[in-house]
Design a protein around this ligand. Structure first.
Ligand code: APR
Ligand code: PHB
Length: 390
C-alpha cells in the first residue's frame, strides 16, 4: 500500500493534520496505538486560541464547538485572595479565547475523519518508521497479530511525548531542551457551576490554583501539589477546602462544589526537541514539545504546528514546491519557543517554589506586582494568552 502521508497518532495534531490535508485532496492514513474509546476518554485542557478555532472552521468541524464553546474576553488573576481582571479583548484589539474541551475537539475530529472516509487504524501496535532519509519512506505496524507495511512520501509523527517519531530521529541530529518543575497539578472534573464567568488563576502562599470550566454545569479545577503527592492523599473534601483557601476569604464562596467524576495528578515540564524535521519525517505537537499547562498552550501549539505542516505539504503536492517543507522546522520552532517562554513565565510567576524569602521569591512577587499594575505588562500577558499570530 502507498499513501502520500502517514500520520502517527490520532490526538489533536494527527487528526487536524489529516483533515487539513483531506480538504485539499491529499490522502493520509493515521496509525493510532490505542483504541478509539481510550483516545476519546482522555481528559485534557480546554482553552482554544482563535487560530485553533479558525482551523476547525476551515475544515468544517466547528458545528458543536460553535454551539457549545464559550467565548471569554479575559481571565482573572488572584493574588493572596485579591482578584484582578485582565481584559484581554480590550488589550489585544478584540482578540478572545474559546473554552471547549480538547476531549470534545478530538471526538469531533475523529467523527469527521470517519464520516469523510478517513483511514484511522486504531490498535496499531509496534509502529516503526523506515528509510526516512530516502524519498520513499515506509512504516511497519502490527494489528491483531498481522504485520502491515505502508510506503509513503512523508511521515508526520503526531505521536506525543512518548511517541516513536522523535525516537527515530538520529541521536546525533536531535537536541532536546527540558525543565522539570518541582510540583504537579491535581485536577478534578466535577458537576458544578463555574466559580466565575471567566477563568481564575490564583497565586497564594499555600500554592497555585486554577478555576476553569467545560460548560455551565461542568467545572475543571486544579491545585498545585507537591510532586510526590498521590491521588489517595486528596479526598474530595480536602480538594474543595484547599481550593477555597487559595482563592482567599473574599472569593472562597465563589466555589460551587459538586460530584467529582475525574481526579488526576500531572507533572509539569517544559520540553523542546530540535529539529522538528529530518528527511521525510516531520514532528508536530507533543512529539516535539511539551509546555506546563499554565499558559494553556499545549493544544494550540499542536494546531499551529499542523497549520504550518499542512500548508507545506499542500504546496509540495499541489505546486511541487518544497520551500515551505524545507522551512517547516524553523518556522514551527520559532512559534514553539515563544509559547514555551510564555508558559514557563506564567508558571514561574504564579506558582510557589518554597523560596518566598529568597531573592528569587521576591523577584517573582515583584514580577506579579509589576504585571498587574502595568498596561504593558498586562498587554504582554494578554497577547501571548490569546495566541501570537501564525
Ligand atoms: N504508535 C501509534 N500511536 C502512538 C504511538 C505509537 N508509537 N505513541 C503515541 N501514540 C498516540 C497516542 O496514543 C496519542 O493518541 O499518539 C497520540 C498523541 O496524541 P497527544 O499526546 O494528544 O498529542 P498531540 O496530538 O500532539 O496533542 C497535544 O494533547 O496531550 C495533550 O497536553 C497535550 O494539549 C496537548 C495535546
Ligand atoms: C482547563 O480548562 O483544563 C485549563 C484551562 C487553562 C489552563 C490549563 C487548563 O491554563
Amino acid at each position: 500500500m502507498h499513501v502520500p502521508v502517514v500520520i502517527i497518532g490520532s490526538g489533536p495534531a494527527g487528526l487536524l493534520l489529516s483533515h487539513l490535508l483531506h480538504v485539499r485532496g491529499i490522502d493520509s492514513v493515521i496509525l493510532e496505538r490505542k483504541s478509539r474509546d481510550y483516545v476519546e476518554s482522555r481528559i485534557r485542557a480546554g482553552v482554544l486560541e482563535m487560530g485553533t478555532v479558525g482551523l476547525m472552521r476551515d475544515v468544517g468541524v466547528d458545528a458543536r464547538m460553535n454551539a457549545e464553546g464559550i467565548l471569554h474576553d479575559g481571565i482573572y488573576i488572584s493574588v493572596e485572595g485579591k482578584r484582578h481582571h485582565i481584559d484581554m479583548k480590550s488589550l489585544t484589539g478584540g482578540q478572545t479565547v474559546m473554552i471547549y474541551g480538547q476531549t470534545e475537539l478530538t471526538k469531533d475530529l475523529i467523527a469527521a475523519r470517519l464520516a469523510h472516509g478517513g483511514d484511522i487504524v486504531f490498535g496499531a501496535e509496534d509502529v516503526s518508521l523506515h528509510d526516512v532519509e530516502s524519498d520513499r519512506p515506509g512504516v511497519r505496524y502490527f494489528k491483531d497479530g498481522t504485520e502491515y507495511r505502508i510506503t509513503c512520501d512523508y511521515i508526520a509523527a503526531c505521536d506525543g511525548y512518548h511517541g516513536v517519531g522523535r525516537q527515530t530521529m538520529p541521536k546525533e541530529t536531535l537536541k532536546t531542551f527540558e525543565r522539570v518543575y518541582p510540583f504537579g497539578w491535581l485536577g478534578v472534573l466535577a458537576k458544578a457551576r463555574p466559580a466565575a464567568d471567566e477563568l481564575i488563576y490564583a497565586s497564594h502562599s499555600r500554592g497555585f490554583a486554577l478555576c476553569s470550566m467545560r460548560s455551565q454545569t461542568v467545572v475543571r479545577h486544579y491545585v498545585q501539589v507537591p510532586i510526590d503527592d498521590k491521588i489517595e492523599d486528596w479526598s474530595d473534601d480536602r480538594f474543595w477546602h484547599e481550593l477555597r483557601l487559595r482563592l482567599g476569604a473574599e472569593d472562597a464562596d465563589l466555589v460551587n462544589e459538586g460530584e467529582v467524576f475525574e481526579k488526576s495528578i500531572a507533572p509539569l515540564r517544559s520540553f523542546v526537541a530540535e529539529p522538528m524535521a529530518h528527511g521525510r519525517l516531520f514532528l508536530a505537537g507533543d512529539a516535539a514539545h511539551i509546555v506546563p499547562p499554565t499558559g494553556a498552550k499545549g493544544l494550540n501549539l499542536a494546531a499551529s504546528d499542523v497549520h504550518y505542516l499542512s500548508r507545506a505539504l499542500v504546496a509540495r503536492f499541489k505546486d511541487n514546491d518544497d520551500t515551505l517543507l524545507a522551512g517547516y522546522g524553523v518556522t514551527a520552532t520559532a512559534r514553539v519557543w515563544k509559547a514555551e517562554r510564555f508558559s514557563w513565565w506564567m508558571t514561574s510567576m504564579l506558582h510557589r517554589f518554597g523560596d518566598e524569602n529568597s531573592f528569587d521569591g521576591r523577584v517573582r512577587q515583584a514580577e506579579l506586582d509589576y504585571v498587574l499594575s502595568s498596561q504593558a505588562g498586562k498587554t504582554m500577558l494578554a497577547e501571548n494568552y490569546v495566541g501570537l499570530p501564525y
